[in-house]
Design a protein around this ligand. Structure first.
Ligand code: UT7
Length: 327
């Protein structure tokens, strides 16, 4: 397929406070050994005073714009994938729009959990296929630490905060997004939830038990579905473009669990150096995980022009997605 959106700048932002597995040992009945063995996570970043979802998003966006040499006034659209906005109204996207001074841009948040960034990239890709001159900021930004039950060891060890951003415009050559594939299965929504504070259960705290105001997960079931869905949507991306796994220069998977990433790597038959992993430093940052990883891969010079990059995500809903890019 002809490429659509070309990524011309990336950026990321992480809170300065580090929460290690050792710190968690003081908070719940867990151990560094269990967390590392079962997830691969060693530490995660947590917001402190003065830090917020929109502030992280703005910081990541400024870096991406600078690298892209695009001014905020040139932006046509800002899309933020997030499940932890500062407020239910206004969106993170309009706070970013205001802070950047992106006076011409439309702005909206997109709710697709851990697949939010790839869903957002897919929307941007469609926009620039119609009008290649458009410039769009796609951000994944989360402050999951505010939605984690710090008394629940089965979830609180997994998540972290952070933001990643890309600037895209229409492809001028053979480089850019070759395809995106989006999927969802709402029949399994109950396996990964954050029920409280929506309109069904407003935040007076009476209608629901306390734990329902935080992320709840049936981890083992989510794990099985994540492995299956990520493999399927990765192969779908390759097959629809006539690409073999060995043609890939780098896979950037959602960073939820090292064992899920390993299963994907083995299914694709790739060596470890072709699969980007940074979850040991940040844990699962949901919609932010892929753009943070992409930004780090760029800064580590893991990508060269013409390389094929495959991104794969899975999250609550369930939602899952892939994007194949010629870098
Ligand atoms: O981003 C959205 C997608 N999310 C994911 O992809 C996450 C998918 N799920 C997972 O990554 C894994 O299922 C977990 C890391 C959440 C859990 O790993 P697991 O190997 O599936 O463990 P488990 O839930 O089957 O629990 C095994 C044991 C249990 O004890 P018993 O019942 O065997 O006595 C748990 O109570 O480990 C216990 N356990 C813990 N022990 C120490 C659960 N959490 C902890 C903990 N520390 N933090």
């Amino acid at each position: 397929m002809k490429p659509g959106a070309m990524i011309i700048g990336t950026g990321s932002a992480l809170p300065s406070r580090v929460l290690t597995n050792r710190d968690l040992e003081e908070m719940v009945d867990t151990s560094d050994e269990w967390i590392v063995q079962r997830t691969g996570i060693k530490e995660r970043r947590i917001v402190g005073p003065g830090e917020s979802n929109s502030k992280l998003a703005v910081e990541a966006a400024k870096k991406a714009l600078e690298e892209a040499r695009v001014s905020p006034e040139e932006l046509d659209l800002i899309i933020v994938g997030t499940l932890t906005p500062d407020y239910l109204m206004p969106s993170v996207a309009v706070l970013v729009q205001k802070e950047l001074g992106a006076v011409r841009a439309g702005a909206f948040d997109l709710s697709a959990t851990c697949s939010g960034f790839l869903y957002g990239l897919s929307v941007a890709d469609q926009y620039v296929r119609v009008a290649p001159e458009r410039k769009i900021l796609v951000i994944g930004s989360e402050v999951l630490s505010t939605k984690v039950n710090w008394e629940d060891r089965t979830t609180c060890v997994l998540f972290g905060d952070g933001a990643g951003a890309v600037v895209v415009t229409g492809s001028r050559d053979d480089r850019g997004v070759l395809s995106t594939h989006l999927h969802a299965d709402g029949s399994l929504w109950h396996l990964l939830t954050l029920k409280g504070c929506g309109s069904l259960y407003p935040p007076c705290g009476k209608e629901l038990p306390r734990e329902e105001y935080f992320i709840r997960m049936q981890g083992r079931e989510v794990f099985k579905n994540a492995v299956r869905a990520m493999e399927t949507v990765a192969l779908e991306a390759l097959e629809s473009n006539g690409v073999q796994p060995e043609d890939l220069a780098l896979v950037i998977p959602h960073q939820a669990n090292r064992r899920i990433i390993e299963a994907l790597r083995e299914r694709l038959g790739l060596p470890p150096e072709k699969v980007f992993v940074n979850l040991h430093k940040y844990g699962n940052t949901s919609a932010a995980s892929i753009p943070i990883a992409l930004d780090e891969a760029v800064r580590e010079k893991r990508l060269s022009p013409g390389d094929l990059v495959l991104m794969v995500a899975f999250g609550g809903g369930f939602t899952w997605a892939s994007a194949l890019i010629r870098w």
